[in-house]
Ligand binder design. Structure first.
Ligand code: GLU
Ligand code: ZN
Length: 492
């Protein structure tokens, strides 16, 4: 039987790391088996639903670059893939369970349920829940209430005793005492909306889902689902609950730990390849001694057996490391294109500008090693685009020297630049070395004021290559401006 798995998010928030991890594992499993990966929108919670979250879902996965074979936007044989378009199916199936005496109508109104809650709280019962009042209504009573048009819900009959046993591919056999399952959960609400349990089970069955891979926090739902599969006489898909993703402090990964929404990583200039690579490693190992995997590698190496039971800890620094690795792998043209939106946003260049394109490409060898995120680009590259605010004079002065000496050093540097130009960088560097020796200074002391003059910072991308990109005229102008600043300061 061909594998069919699904990612079934509720569009009640933006896509976050946990969701992407679940989707990715499902995708990798499907693709490694030649199976089908499905997206199903579980949009029955209308109070927290927002259209923008659906859009965010599509945008996120388009950006990440792995996508479903069947889903609301791409269609498929098992649609519709949006639960709010399937309400009739859920109602039919709930009625079917009632007809089979596996579920029942409950006519209790909110008032009665609230009173029950208050009584249970007052009696300090540890089990707060429905008292199964309507489970034993006679057929006649039910018929009469229905005829009267009384509002009602449909509840699942949880067996009163015994245990429910199900198997999880990772966690093994799990036994759940039926008395520990919430007494008779609602399947269909009075407004005709299904609950998560009903819609989830009906859809997994009707969509031919073979494996349910989802976060471990869903385990408490599994016994209930097992009871429903048994009630319908359906085979339950194989369950595989994925290890949790925790923050460094051992609590479930959340906003407190830092960015969790994929959007935020994207805006900060992470590459999708880095995110996919790192997220795929959360709770799963592929090969010893290796960190970098393309999506194709991950597909060919993925095995359920390689998933861990233990929770995974999300390490922001590790992710940053991956990002740097993937940035380093890009060729100049690609990387220049990737950083373009950030440079445009920072007002350094226009989107369409061939000259700027050429500058960016030429600058990539200089900045590539220094980019942790694409968003670092404007800061690193601004000096190539325009003159920046001059740092204070003291910034130009090498240790143990003063402003006057720094100004003299810039005079020396200017002479060399004028004399030899920027065409032959290695030769020019050699001239600087010779000149440093001749005037009895360290090469570093000769270059330091020059670096600040050109890049406005003591730490910068390679100095000689930067001057070459700026051109001789601009280079000399910056040297002069810095020297004037230092001389002014000597006069003052
Ligand atoms: N709609 C559920 C969620 O938001 C799906 C859980 C499941 O995969 O069964 O995660
Ligand atoms: Zn009732």
């Amino acid at each position: 039987m061909s594998v069919r798995v699904r990612y079934a998010p509720s569009p009640t928030g933006n896509q976050h790391i946990g969701g992407v991890r679940t989707a990715l594992i499902n995708y990798l499993f499907a693709k490694s088996q030649g199976g089908t990966f499905i997206l199903r929108l579980e949009d029955t919670d209308r109070t927290r639903y927002a259209e923008e979250y659906v859009q965010n879902l599509y945008d996120t996965f388009k950006w990440l670059g792995f996508y479903w074979d069947e889903g609301p936007d791409v269609g498929g044989p098992a649609g519709p893939y949006v639960q709010s378009q399937r309400f009739e199916l859920y109602r039919q199936h709930a009625e079917q369970l009632v007809a089979m005496d596996k579920a029942y109508y409950c006519f209790c109104d909110e008032e009665r349920l609230e009173k029950l809650r208050q009584e249970q709280i007052a009696a300090r019962k540890d089990e707060i829940g429905y008292d199964r009042h309507c489970r034993n209504l006679s057929k006649d009573e039910v018929a009469r209430y229905l005829a009267e048009g009384r509002p009602h819900v449909i509840r699942l009959k949880i067996p009163l005793e015994g245990v429910t046993v199900f198997h999880d591919r990772l966690l093994g056999t799990i036994e759940w005492k039926n008395e520990d399952i919430s007494p008779d959960p609602v399947l269909l609400k009075s407004d005709g909306f299904p609950t998560y349990h009903l819609a989830n089970v009906v859809d997994d069955h009707l969509m031919g889902i073979t494996h349910v891979m989802r976060a471990q926090e869903w385990i408490p739902s599994a016994p209930l689902h097992k009871i429903m599969y048994d009630a319908f006489g359906w085979e339950m898909p194989e369950l595989c609950h994925l290890p949790m993703v925790l923050g460094q402090d051992g609590h479930k990964l959340s906003k407190r730990h830092g960015a969790t929404a994929v959007n935020e990583f994207r805006k900060a200039g992470y590459l999708p390849e880095a995110l996919i690579n790192y997220v795929a490693l959360l709770g799963c190992s592929y090969e010893d001694g290796r960190d970098l995997y393309t999506l194709q590698d991950l597909i060919s190496l993925f095995r359920i057996e390689r998933l861990n039971k233990a929770p995974a800890v999300f390490d922001y620094q590790k992710l940053e490391w991956f990002n740097g690795q993937y940035i380093r792998q890009k060729d100049d043209a690609t990387l220049a294109e990737l950083i373009r939106p950030w440079l445009v946003d920072a007002g350094l260049r226009k989107p369409e500008d061939a000259e700027a394109d050429a500058l960016d490409r030429a600058a990539m060898p200089l900045v590539r090693e220094r980019l942790r995120f694409l968003a670092d680009a404007p800061n690193l590259m601004a000096y190539l685009y325009r003159r920046l605010e001059m740092p204070p004079a003291s910034e130009f002065v090498p240790k143990k020297l003063d402003e006057a000496q720094a100004a003299l050093i810039l005079r020396e540097a200017r002479q060399l630049l004028e004399e030899y130009g920027l065409d032959d960088i290695p030769a020019l560097e050699e001239r600087f070395r010779e000149r440093a020796a001749a005037i009895g200074r360290k090469l570093g002391d000769l270059l330091m004021p020059l670096r600040v003059a050109i890049t406005y910072s003591k730490v910068s991308p390679p100095l000689f290559e930067s001057m070459k990109l700026l051109g001789l005229e601009e280079t000399l102008a910056r040297v002069d401006a810095a020297r004037e600043l230092l001389e002014r300061c000597r006069e003052a």
